[in-house]
Ligand binder design. Sequence first.
Ligand SMILES: [Zn+2]
Length: 529
Amino acid sequence: MHPLLRRPLSARAAAAAAALLLAAAPGAAQRTGPTLSVLQLNDVYRIDAVQNGQAGGLGRVVTLAHQAKAAGTETMVFHAGDAIAPSLESRYFGGLQMVAALNHLHAAAPLLFVPGNHEFDERRQGSFVAAVKASRFPWLAGNLALSTGDDAVDRALGRDTLLVTRGGLKVGVFTLTFIDSPRDWARADSAFVQDAERMIAALERRGAEVIVGLTHLDRATDREISRLRRRHPRFAWISGGHEHYRLSDPLSDSTALITKGQSNARGIWRVTLSRAGRRGMATAEAIAIDSTIAIDPGYQAQVADVWQARLLERVPFLNAVIGRSETMMDATEETVRNAESAWGNWLADQMRTAFPSIRTDAAVLNGGAMRVDDAFGDTLRWEHLARTFGFPTRVALVTLRGSEVKAMLENGVSGGQGEGRFLQLSGLKVAFDRSRPDGQRVLDVQVQRDSAWAPLAADGTYVVAVPDYLYGGGDRYTFAARAVAKVEPGPDLKLIAFDALSAAYARGQAIAPRVEGRLIDRTPRQGQP
Ligand SMILES: [Zn+2]
């Protein structure tokens, strides 16, 4: 990774930095000939910026694309999936607001899109088909079989690879995605590495000089695919998605570069493709998308303002004040999927009030259920709640033995960083170490009994509030099978939270949740992740 230039303010500065990067890159001496610059983003659910307009936003990416064009740099945009759902707007517009935003970006620089798993959230195919048809940019997925009933859509996504000649460079792109729960209108093959190699070989035969995988897969799978560079030296880069935080694995002789951007375009990548002899080359530069980059005025007027007005028509109470918080609450995806969040703490606390007649010892809320991807405090508006819950989150109760509570917490810290199964907690204090193997990462669990804390008793019995999604087996939780006794999912957490916030507000009170040591990360700190 070469984070030499995080905020390219001008095309001239960007060109200067690009020169520096080339000079710094290994093998730069042999690099001659044409290059292609690609802006890579993924997992963008919002048409506007976040954090009071200070972070992210496609309107700023449009500006970068215009700047590159003005500087004479051949630029494309690769979008590595997850766009049309979930979001507040998607409930009303089925993702067409994101298509409008991406069409605008596509007009500034040609865009390629691989659908991510969230493109298949809807059980029926209506939103998907409408989104593909409204898109002026291509949707591609090389391991997808569609039977949507619309031949044009099925055929369009049947195109698995693309050869583009830009700036005199022949760039071959192959595409891969996955689907959480198979739909009767869409299936994704999961032999990802074989599929990748088949497409790479096809692109080699067609004369691609640099080969890129545009994928929406988890990091571990991308890493397996990246090792195909050993046999296919023109394969240089995986432009990936799905994880919501910025990450990269470097290009080497035996592995392709892997990059993934931050959700909602807070952080994207600029990757420069070239060739060195018979090898494909890729150099990555991280770009923070923040208020130092102007929002394109055309985008603001034609996309952001238009859809904001449409949203206010559907939800006129969007900006209604429903409560107040004395503390700033960080509910960005980077936080809620990796660490304790004050908003997560407060919501988990509310879950324990869902069934007032039943004493509830603890509650857990998966980070993936919290979609607001923002930090906020002081005035709380309906929008904060509506954006937090992309899905209905009904609360269920399970009675678990201590050993089962431990297993549940282990699942929460299993796998890689940034996973939706990571748990926000109430009534529990958990210390964990992510450097240990899955299933052995939880070091200590304390449970609140009345006002005192006590170690979790393996043979004790605990009543735990959980979201219905986890109760039903989502994110590899298995409560239903483990429950000694259970209560069917009850009220929606969004409404419980609304009730608590508005009641406090009516009394002239503010909430004041804090990060207070419910989740203690004891993972030894290494250098660069
Ligand atoms: Zn995803």
